[in-house]
Write a protein that binds this ligand. Structure first.
Ligand code: ATP
Ligand code: MG
Ligand code: MG
Length: 304
């Protein structure tokens, strides 16, 4: 007997990560759609649920409830066309394992990653795009400020983990790597994740890669890279790797600092090598807000 299949009509597979699968499902009784993430129940998964249940903020994916089952739903193994269809062989359930079903707010299938890819097919960023990037960055900062003030670190901020709500509002998701800010023992999961992401196109702060003691400033570093990527069209192949690695060590493209002078200033603070030199989320929030207001003033003057 499965609560998932008896209470829900499963609509689509939205994404498949290293640890689990996320489905769009309609609750039969409520006739309302939700996202249900299925993960193997372990300490990490329970931490994800524990954190999510602590958080209630407009820029964080809303959590509703969770339950356990003895097996993992394995239908609909093809990821929806918008996610770039692929199918994978069904994995064999470990009979001794339990699975967590996490019911959340259903977001748009377009993640920030897709937003960036779409933007990159267009030519130079126009004023509208720049404005949108700023709005997105501001909303992520608001969510991160809230996560930090609740004493958590996200540790895995990247465009695939940032979603849009049905109303277009930015929602931070995937709390699978979250930890407490005062927790300094480095767990196996974090180590595994680092190994997986090292050397690639990573959003991890330098101190997070080396596994030294790190704190909430790792989220600020990742956010700096995301903001850069929102604005700057990265080329492909080798050049992309070079630009990315340069950005990680504070060498932003010359043209970037000219075209996006204000953003450049803010991003450079976020990408500082020493975590203590990076601003807190609340400082960033104030900075971005101040800048948005001056822009607004400029616009008003221009219309007179
Ligand atoms: P990863 O390997 O990237 O860490 P994961 O297994 O930890 O993945 P998530 O990042 O939580 O899982 O979800 C995987 C994907 O499923 C997301 O990138 C997103 O495309 C989709 N997704 C997750 N949650 C939702 C949601 N609430 N609404 C819509 N889509 C979602
Ligand atoms: Mg993810
Ligand atoms: Mg994850």
């Amino acid at each position: 007997h499965s609560r998932f299949t008896s209470e829900f009509d499963i609509i689509d597979c939205l994404g498949r990560g290293a640890y689990g699968c996320v489905y769009a499902a309609r609750h039969k009784l409520l006739n309302k759609c939700f996202a249900v993430k299925i993960v193997r129940s372990d300490e990490k998964a329970l931490r994800e649920v524990g954190t999510l249940s602590d958080l209630l903020h407009s820029n964080i994916v809303r959590y509703y409830t969770f339950w356990m089952e003895d097996s993992r739903y394995q239908g609909h193994i093809t990821v929806g066309s918008s996610a770039g269809s692929f199918s994978s062989s069904q994995s064999i359930d470990d009979p001794s394992a339990k699975y967590l079903y996490i019911e959340m707010e259903l977001c748009q299938t377009k993640t920030l990653k897709k937003w960036i890819n779409e933007k990159n097919t267009q030519s130079q960023p126009d004023t509208k795009r720049r404005q949108e990037s700023q709005t997105i960055a501001q909303q992520i900062v608001n969510g991160v400020e809230y996560i930090h003030c609740k004493g958590h670190i996200h540790r895995d901020l990247k465009p695939d983990n940032i979603l849009f709500g049905v109303d277009g509002v930015v929602k931070i998701g995937d709390f699978g790597l979250v930890t407490k800010d005062d927790d300094d023992d480095d767990d196996d999961i974090a180590l595994m994740e680092r190994t997986r992401q090292r050397g690639t196109y990573t959003y991890m702060a330098p101190e997070q890669i080396t596994g030294k003691n790190y704190d909430r400033k790792v989220d600020i570093f990742a956010l700096g890279l995301i903001y850069f990527e929102l604005l700057w069209k990265l080329s492909t192949g080798h050049e992309r790797v070079v630009v990315w690695n340069d950005a990680r060590s504070l060498k932003l493209p010359e043209q970037f600092s000219v075209t996006f002078a204000e953003e450049n200033k803010i991003i450079r603070l976020m990408l500082r090598e020493k975590p203590e030199d990076r601003p807190e989320a609340c400082e960033l929030k104030a900075e971005l807000k101040k800048w948005a207001q001056t822009q607004h003033l400029h616009k008003e003057r221009a219309t007179y």
